[in-house]
Design a protein around this ligand. Structure first.
Ligand code: URA
Length: 212
């Protein structure tokens, strides 16, 4: 059982079923992408659960009522390149008005530290709730660096959403950004010596884009 209130493990059977299909090494690129899209939609349901609603006056065929709405553009979905992009489509299908940002990081081969090479986020971040997305929270180094950078734009809140993580990734994120809620479909056993999550699903970017 996970007692940390900042770590949201989404155990819904539909999410778990689709994740299992994605993990299989014989899943084709097209089915991996389709499942990622579906999983992203389902996970968006959880990650937006506490979104603010505004009541508006409408008329049903029966009578007038006040009904709740959300303001999608208050959300800034920030993809960590390149694998985060695979999650965006599904999220935008359920919150089409959301704004989108991208942040690119690579790992310096000498220092092994993440280096930013691209940063473009919506204007007026201080009016928005940021959801940073990357399928894998592995070492946590890129995600932590991305969130450190995004904090400088002063969004109203920041959440992090991934498909898979591991104890090492959670510890890294919780240590650096204890205010950031993590949403994940699985917490796997461990990180291997090459920084891959075990049992994991392999290289998420390669599996989404068919590059290997
Ligand atoms: N990135 C991936 O794509 N897979 C992992 O297992 C870890 C990091």
């Amino acid at each position: 059982m996970n007692a940390d209130p900042f770590v949201h493990h989404i155990t819904h059977p539909l999410v778990q079923h689709k994740l299992t299909l994605m993990r299989r090494k014989d899943a084709s690129t097209s089915s991996f992408r389709r499942l990622l899209n579906e999983l992203s939609m389902l996970m968006t349901y959880e990650v937006t659960r506490d979104m603010e609603v505004t009541y508006i006056d409408i008329e049903t065929p029966m009578e007038a009522m006040r009904a709740p709405t959300i303001d999608g553009k208050k959300l800034a979905l920030i993809s960590i390149l390149r694998a985060g992009t695979g999650i965006l489509d599904g999220m935008l299908q359920v919150v089409p008005g959301a704004r989108v940002g991208h942040i690119g990081m690579y790992r310096d081969p000498n220092t092994l530290q993440p280096v930013e090479y691209f940063f473009k986020v919506p204007q007026n971040m201080e009016e928005r709730e940021a959801i940073v997305v990357d399928p894998m929270l592995a070492t946590g180094n890129s995600a932590v660096a991305a969130i450190t950078r995004i904090k400088k734009t002063h969004p109203r809140s920041i959440k992090f959403m991934c498909l898979l993580t591991c104890p090492e990734g959670i510890a890294c994120m919780r240590g650096a950004h204890p205010d950031v809620h993590i949403y994940t479909a699985a917490i796997d056993r461990e990180l291997n010596d090459h920084g891959y999550i075990m049992p994991g699903l392999g290289d998420a970017g390669d599996r989404i884009f068919g590059t290997k």
